[in-house]
Design a binder for this molecule. Structure first.
Ligand code: HMG
Ligand code: MG
Length: 298
């Protein structure tokens, strides 16, 4: 069976804009977050409190967050370490996310750490965030394939996911960072996680559409019982370490499929499409989302 309702975890302002070549003005980012919330998205990942040299696109986090923090939606932010958590707490963030890698190559490229060193860096962050009553998400990148290492063994993903779960992350988002997953692989990973004691209720999925499989993979995850799906308005995003990787699953494409299945999301597709059209104008190029294009040309 399929769920009656799906929670969409919108990542456009963070995962989308962190990959833009040009730095988007803070005012435009704030307007983007506001419009996404107004379109009915109840979780909008706003920015990252990472090192500004690593992700200059989000170096304005201190300036942006206060402009959106009173919106009546969840506004998760990425925090890699205690320094990041301090910055997020100082501004009143209530939802944070740490981000691990299933592979050594990406852990090194993204966090300058081995997989286990990164987990050790996250542990005090997760413990303190939970003590402060925050909601903590744990991202897992490269769950299906890795640009340097190729196919990623399921046991390797299970080990790191379990470590994040045991650390106390409330939710675990399984990332197909380079978009190579197919539905059978998704099903096998979800089953292996269940077998290892990680319940489906704590899992979210995060697909990229490089090979056009993001929606098929999402449907496989929904059939398995997953009810939280990450998506990026207009399909913004990519992966700086995987040249061919296209953006995240477009939120519009996801909503179109869910509407057709009679699954509730609370999202107003017309308002969302208009927002992505507006953002595409700001960025100076059309949205790669099929649904945005189809609905814009009606
Ligand atoms: P490092 O160079 O090893 O840092 O980077 P360090 O711990 O050695 O510290 C060096 C200096 O950075 C120190 O300053 C720190 O204070 C400062 P100094 O004492 O030399 O003057 N520093 C910071 N400053 C501001 N905010 C901070 C911070 N931390 C340290 N939070 C580090 C390690 C983790 C900081 C770095 O690698 C980093 O910031 N990485 C972030 C990379 C990133 O954001 N990637 C994108 C998100 S992951 C993703 O997109 C995938 C996902 O979407 C899912 C999917 O699709 O797979 C989630
Ligand atoms: Mg992503």
């Amino acid at each position: 069976g399929l769920p009656a309702r799906v929670r969409i975890h919108e990542v456009g302002p963070r995962d989308g804009l962190q990959n833009e070549k040009t730095v988007v003005p803070t005012d435009v980012k704030a307007e983007f977050v506001r419009r996404l919330a107004a379109a009915g998205l109840d979780t909008v990942e706003a920015t990252s409190f990472v090192h500004p040299k690593w992700v200059p696109q989000l170096a304005d986090a201190e300036d942006l967050f206060p402009r959106v923090k009173d919106l009546p939606v969840r506004l998760p932010v990425l925090v890699p370490n205690e320094r990041g958590l301090d910055r997020a707490l100082a501004l009143g963030a209530r939802h944070v996310a740490v981000f691990a890698s299933a592979t050594e190559s990406f852990a090194k490229a993204n966090l300058n750490r081995t997989v286990d060193e990164a987990l050790a860096m996250f542990e005090p962050v997760v413990v303190r965030a939970r003590d402060e009553g925050l909601d903590v998400r744990g991202y897992l990148s490269m769950c299906f394939g890795d640009p340097w290492e190729g196919a990623v063994p399921i046991e390797q993903v299970v080990r790191v996911t379990k470590a994040l779960a045991d650390m106390g992350c409330d939710e675990l988002s399984l990332g197909d960072t380079i978009g190579v997953a197919t539905p059978g692989h998704v099903q096998a990973l979800l089953q292996a996680l269940n077998d290892a004691g990680v319940p489906t209720g704590r899992l979210a999925v995060h697909f990229h559409d490089t090979y056009g499989q993001a929606l098929s993979n999402t449907l496989a995850a929904l059939r398995h019982g997953v009810t939280t799906v990450d998506a990026s308005a207009g399909g913004l995003g990519g992966c700086p370490y995987a040249k061919s990787a296209t953006g995240n699953l477009a939120t519009e494409d996801l909503v179109w499929m869910l509407q057709g299945l009679g699954i509730e999301t609370g999202v107003d597709l017309a308002a969302l499409t208009a927002t992505s059209g507006w953002m595409a104008e700001q960025l100076g190029r059309p949205s790669p989302s099929r649904t945005v294009r189809a609905l814009s040309h009606k």
